[in-house]
Design a protein around this ligand. Structure first.
Ligand SMILES: C[S@@+](CC[C@H](N)C(=O)[O-])C[C@H]1O[C@@H](n2cnc3c(N)ncnc32)[C@H](O)[C@@H]1O
Length: 310
């Protein structure tokens, strides 16, 4: 997402904004949308090494190099062939196929960690406990601190977590229209499951962050939560005037009621679209079944009409 994506168009090109709108995916979910936040981080901190946990398409990996990093360790246990090629072709990107948090211990400490892998309490708490202890001056960017993972675990499948570290889960997904999971909700179509119940202890990504901060030996860590695109957090310990300036700039995003209102509207609209899609598919299969029945009765009628009269 670049600045020109936000222009109003002109009287000679009145469709420019709509053109950009339809070029975006229907559901924005990548951290690449937070480019301006990453620009701020790189402006205010020296960042050479990045550990990126949860890479998926690799849409964001090269951005860190573009902004000044020299090495990006891309931790992705399920890399697609395209991702393998993209990483192999770009100097500075290194694929790590060990899942996090185990992968973290084998990598050098980084100036920036991106946590966007398995979105559940056990994984994120373990990742943060390790980072806050071993990289006390680092920056951490966390994704999915808001709905649906803030207070409800999600587990990529097959989950490597032993059962005591998982809540009972379902392939059904959350919706904002009621509190229970539904097959018409935000499902992973087989790639992940969601905890059946939201809330309580040891459930959700934001709960993991709160507990890791409570357990941290140093109380000066600050979390800024940007209420957009499923919620992004920036965690660091302000140590100098540049850090204080970064803090002030991030607070503007954190305190934006406008962003929060737009995010709530976005997830309400999107889960309504999911529900309508689900209902349309159910109606289609009902109509298919009716058409089969009609064909069957027609054939039966023909047989009775043309069959031998006894
Ligand atoms: C939401 S996607 C990441 C999106 C990417 N960061 C972006 O913004 O474009 C989550 C990714 O984490 C990966 N993943 C799941 N469990 C993981 C783990 N334990 N360690 C690292 N990555 C994991 C999944 O395979 C998936 O590709």
């Amino acid at each position: 997402m670049t600045a020109e994506c936000t222009g109003p168009g002109s009287r000679h090109d009145p469709h420019a904004q709509a053109r950009h709108a339809r070029q975006s995916p229907l559901l924005l979910h990548s951290l690449s949308v937070f480019r301006e936040i990453f620009e701020l981080l790189f402006e205010h901190r020296e960042i050479g090494t990045v550990v990126e946990v949860g890479v998926e398409s690799g849409e964001v990996s090269a951005l860190y190099l573009e902004l000044g990093a020299t090495t990006v360790h891309c931790v992705e246990p399920s890399p697609s062939p395209d991702l393998r090629t993209a990483i192999a072709e770009r100097e500075g990107l290194h694929l790590v196929e060990t899942p996090s948090p185990a992968a973290l211990t084998a990598l050098p400490a980084a100036e920036l960690y991106i946590l966007d892998g398995d979105h559940n309490y056990a994984t994120v708490k373990h990742e943060l406990d390790w980072i806050l202890r071993h990289a006390p001056n680092t920056l951490v960017v966390l994704h999915d601190l808001l709905w649906p993972c803030s207070r409800r675990d999600l587990y990529y499948q097959p989950s490597p977590l032993p059962p005591p570290h998982r809540h009972p889960a379902s392939t059904d997904g959350p919706t904002v229209w009621h509190d229970e999971l539904t097959p018409a909700g935000f499902t992973g179509l087989g790639s992940f499951t969601s905890a059946r119940h939201a809330g309580g202890e040891r459930n959700g990504v934001l709960t993991a962050v709160e507990d890791a901060l409570d357990d941290a030996t140093n109380p000066s860590w600050r979390l800024l939560l940007i209420p957009a695109i499923f919620g992004a957090g920036v965690l660091f310990r302000p140590q100098n005037p540049a850090d204080e300036q970064l803090l002030r700039k991030l607070e503007l995003y954190q305190n934006s009621h406008l962003l929060a209102a737009m995010e709530n509207n976005r997830i309400a609209l999107y889960t309504r679209v999911l529900q309508l899609q689900y209902e349309a598919a159910a109606r289609d299969s009902h109509l298919d079944a009716l058409a089969d029945q009609v064909a069957h009765y027609r054939a039966e009628l023909e047989r009775l009409k043309t069959g031998p009269v006894s």
